[in-house]
Design a protein around this ligand. Sequence first.
Ligand code: CLF
Ligand code: SF4
Length: 307
Amino acid sequence: MEKQELAEITAKHPCYSFDAHHKFARMHLPVAPICNISCNYCNRKYDCVNESRPGVTSEVLTPALSLEKFIRVKAEIPQLSVVGIAGPGDALANWEAVTSSIQLIKAESPDMIFCLSTNGLMLPHYGQDIIDLGIQHVTVTVNCLESAIGAKIYHHIHYLGKYYVGENAAELLIGNQLQGIKLLADNGILVKVNIVMIKGINDEHIPAVVKKVKSLGALMTNIMPLIPAPGSVFQNFPQTSIKEINALRDLCQTDIPQMLHCQQCRADAIGLLAEDQSHRFRSPKPESMKKCNLLARVYKIAVTSKI
Ligand code: CLF
Ligand code: SF4
């Protein structure tokens, strides 16, 4: 895609463009219930904290139901420009459902901009599929570059049928995140990197993360506060204050543009960033959704028991 064309698309993306966030709306498709890693700030009863605010659960949709919902939302919110996948687990741990949903919506509305967020573990495996599917915007959460720090942030990962913990897990995850960012950026995908600021764990290390992802081709970073989720390992950690976040953003602004207007949205958020309309479009639980939730629970038990 030409640079000019990408710039025009990005001008309509409410997260990538500050000017767009009052004018254009996004819709998240909650089609990704499963996650393949365990962040210590996450309680999987809630949405993925790498992109979302903890404490709000979402419905989970099948691809067919997400198309139905898209058609309803598009009819009522004409400023809708972006369809994104942001959990409630990881987009790439649910790749088949994500792919089918995007294909269905693309056939219905070819002009939509597609976006997804991921922890990056599976990027080296699905990066080419993302490019081929025509997704132009990808957010990767990268909290650190060193496995010793990562071991304090991630409890385990589940990768290609194996279960890893500690520094081995962190090293694999970080390596895949960085490799994936480079693959996407080299292919013209607009990569945003989210970083969760956890005081005493990665706060002093964040400027190094920003510099590294910039060198790999990331376009902007979004330094987000830790919101301690009840039931998570970090539940008693202090919430990072906006003053601390802003000081770090100011420091990193000299390296790469900073996102300043993130709302840490729900996995089923709909509308302008500051005016969530998701409650208007929620559907009663159909059988297919119950099956989705059951699948997520079974997977979680399997992963937790290292099967
Ligand atoms: Fe959604 Fe994320 Fe795409 Fe935006 S959200 S997948 S990039 S369309 Fe945006 Fe929400 Fe912040 Fe995410 S305000 S949590 S940065
Ligand atoms: Fe939770 Fe981390 Fe998975 Fe997101 S990537 S759902 S925060 S474990």
